[in-house]
Write a protein that binds this ligand. Structure first.
Ligand code: GLN
Length: 191
């Protein structure tokens, strides 16, 4: 059984732990560098990227996380997790840092007002089967995809909401809350 972690500093890490356990993985919360050392892959959940950034530094996890990402560990980030994996962020707080790894530019909280949170169906090239029912909650948009990264899904208007690069995968939306397990299955297949 693969042992995988979910970054558990903040956000909806419990939902990801449940999805991964349901797929037969040994899934553990990661809050310390020594816990990170013991996992073969990591999910970074949704939540608040500014807080996750601060806590990752306070817990001494920032550099270990950057090293594992550079080493090629499979990482799947949803929403705030996608922001954490992005090389560039628009509408970030002044001192906000990301871990990086995905050659993309994301904009935080990119859907204003009544579109703040919404659900829609998406075709995702990476996955077999029916469209993905995707929930967006104060979600980021991928505004630019650099040459190192690849678009995995876009809204009908062309705005990019899922990307990958090597062993890194990021989605603006939250499959862990709609019963969608295919992204997590894909993540586990990378181990
Ligand atoms: N708006 C949040 C951020 O900037 C992301 C929201 C989410 O993860 N659902 O981190």
């Amino acid at each position: 059984t693969p042992k995988v972690g979910v970054l558990a500093l903040q956000g909806d890490f419990r939902e990801h732990l449940a999805v991964l356990a349901g797929l037969g993985a040994e899934a553990v919360p990661v809050r310390r560098a020594r816990e990170l050392e013991q996992v073969q892959g990591l999910v970074i959940p949704g939540g608040e990227s500014t807080v996750m950034d601060k806590l990752s530094r306070a817990f001494g996890l920032r550099e270990p996380l950057r090293e594992r990402i550079a080493d090629g560990m499979p990482v799947y980030g949803t929403c705030a997790g996608l922001i954490m994996l992005s090389d560039r962020v628009l509408d970030a707080l002044p001192d906000q840092q990301t871990l990086g790894g995905l050659d993309v530019t994301v904009r935080r909280n990119a859907f204003g007002n009544q579109l703040d949170s919404f659900e829609t169906d998406l075709d995702v090239d990476l996955l077999d089967g029916p469209p993905v029912h995707a929930a967006f909650i104060r979600a980021p948009i991928v505004e630019a995809v650099g040459p190192g990264a690849e678009t995995v899904a876009a809204l009908e208007d062309g705005r990019v909401v899922a990307v990958r690069q090597g062993n890194l995968l990021g989605t603006s939306f939250h499959p862990e809350i709609t019963g969608e397990t295919r992204f997590h299955e894909h993540f586990l297949s990378l181990l």
